[in-house]
Write a protein that binds this ligand. Structure first.
Ligand code: SAH
Ligand code: SF4
Ligand code: F3S
Length: 478
């Protein structure tokens, strides 16, 4: 009845394949038979990993709501629970195995409960094999390329009372007209491209997300225009390597910089984009920071390491000097730009001298923040076969030393905003105190201030009165 192959398992080797053909653009259609299946039922989605996964969860929520399901945060009353997983590091995966074990008793309470695993972990054959062997509580396994078929999987599982495992290991296509149930009413994620062709040697993403493929600019502009008309104040353009946007379409002439110029005309107050790769960041994009009012003065530009020999082994396609040159051009265009980054320590063969190069780079750039990680071996990636010659203790020491320098950067950055008036898009109330509002400044700094809840969703001028390492405190300007 439903066109699925219920035991279609992933294959990381196949997922490596890249061809020159342009990705096909498909249009989502809701299966009529699934439309009423969720009436009177509830769903819960647990999202792990990056903003790409957040955006996928919003799509799955949209599909489920079109079927009649209603969202719940209470797992005890959920009829469908989906774990949208991340495979980037081993500890991300370990959390999921623990969670599957914890959720198992719920199946005994409610035999009709459907428990699903999707996202990047589903793209790994070792994960699917382990589920088949040991986790019979899991009813649905589907990957990043086929979440638009969620309604078919639920239909199949309900009527056939069988588990469904369907994961494609393909280059990927693009599905438009997907329903979305957005989790935030003022800030939205907008995918501009999917996949990654960089193949950094440590990284699983090119295998779990397929090849780089850009959405048509018309579809993106329409989505952002619709969001603006609905009252959204901010969009974050998403892709694993947004600087490669457009390279796979129309001879690659229309790139991220061009898209930013056109989106700036839509009128939405704030545009951000993530994640950028240093070697693809072109002058058109740098100029957009300067010339487009809505492009916010913050860039997350992962560097990974400051050592040229490590960068080479990581297959990053740039040197420390090239990275610093890009930073220099950014600072010339926008002198007060806020820069943040990602760094991996303990990559195979990283010597103490290599690590000192990283510390030196962090100091030179003066980052306002960074996500720091210890290298994690991902099966199927080239670096998994590199000799891991650094003792665990040493990796931890390096992470600690790096975090000390990074945290000094956070504190220094906060001090820069003392006594300044910053524009804050108010997200809601602060976690610690219901009378305090919290939101982000244009430079992406968290700001807390006293104010009325009616300001939520608005952009407010706030005078900074106190600075802390991780956030700023201020007063709303009259
Ligand atoms: N596409 C983005 C982010 C990908 S994942 C980019 O290229 O920047 C986010 C971060 O996780 C990466 O920037 C990297 O610092 C880290 N990461 C990826 N694979 C890792 C691994 N195997 N071990 C440790 N950290 C990893
Ligand atoms: Fe992974 Fe590198 Fe692609 Fe980022 S650019 S997703 S780190 S392969
Ligand atoms: Fe994780 Fe997949 Fe994102 S591995 S970081 S959820 S692309």
């Amino acid at each position: 009845m439903v066109d699925i192959d219920k035991y279609f398992k992933p294959d990381l080797k196949k997922a490596r394949k890249r061809s020159q053909t342009e990705a096909e653009i498909l249009s989502f259609e809701m299966d009529d038979r699934a439309k009423k299946l969720g009436i009177g039922k509830k769903y819960k989605i647990q999202t792990y990993g990056c903003q790409g996964n957040e955006a996928d969860s919003e799509t799955m929520a949209g599909i489920l709501e079109n079927m009649g399901y209603v969202a719940t945060q209470d797992e005890l009353e959920a009829d469908v629970i989906l774990l949208n997983t991340c495979a980037i590091r081993e500890n991300a995966e370990n959390r999921i195995w623990g969670e599957l074990g914890r959720l198992k008793p719920l199946k005994r309470r409610n035999p009709d409960l459907l428990l699903g695993l999707c996202g990047c972990m589903a793209q790994e054959e070792k994960v699917v094999n382990r589920i088949l062997e040991k986790y019979d509580q899991v009813d649905l396994v589907f990957g990043t390329h086929n979440l638009h078929k969620l309604q078919e999987y639920i239909l199949f599982a309900y009527f056939n009372k069988e588990r469904v495992i369907e994961v494609y290991s393909e280059e990927g296509n693009i599905v438009e007209n997907l329903p979305k149930s957005r989790f935030n009413g003022y800030k939205a994620f907008v995918n501009i491209m999917f996949g990654c062709d960089e193949f950094c040697t440590y990284c699983i993403v090119p295998y779990t997300r397929g090849k780089e493929r850009s959405r048509a600019k018309e579809d993106i502009i329409k989505e952002v225009t619709d969001l603006y008309n609905e009252g959204y104040q901010e969009v974050t353009l998403l892709g694993q390597n947004v600087n490669a946007y457009g390279k796979d379409r129309n001879n690659g002439e229309y790139t991220l910089g061009d898209l930013l110029v056109e989106l700036d005309k839509v009128g939405i107050p704030r545009i951000r984009f993530t994640t950028s790769h240093p070697h693809d960041l072109d002058q058109k994009t740098i100029d957009a920071f300067k010339n487009c009012k809505s492009v916010m003065p913050h860039l997350h530009l992962p560097v990974q390491s400051g050592s040229n020999s490590v960068l080479k082994k990581m297959n990053r396609h740039y040197t420390k000097e090239m990275y610093l040159e890009v930073i220099n051009r950014l600072k010339i265009a926008v002198p007060d730009i806020a820069l943040t980054t990602d760094i991996i320590v303990g990559f195979p063969t990283e010597s103490n001298e290599d690590f000192l190069e990283t510390l030196d780079l962090v100091k030179q750039v003066d980052f306002e923040g960074a996500y720091t990680f210890i290298f994690s071996k991902r099966a199927g990636t080239p670096a998994a076969k590199f000799e891991d010659n650094i003792p665990e203790e040493e990796k931890k020491n390096r992470l600690q030393a790096l975090n000390k320098v990074v945290n000094e950067g956070y504190a220094r950055a906060s001090k820069k905003y003392a006594d300044k008036v910053v524009k804050v898009l108010v997200d809601g109330t602060s976690k610690a105190d219901d009378n305090t509002l919290a939101g982000y400044s244009e430079h992406n700094k968290l700001v807390n201030f006293k104010g009325d809840k009616s300001l939520i969703g608005k952009i407010v001028d706030v005078k900074i009165t106190e600075t802390r390492t991780w956030f700023l405190i201020g007063e709303a300007c009259e």
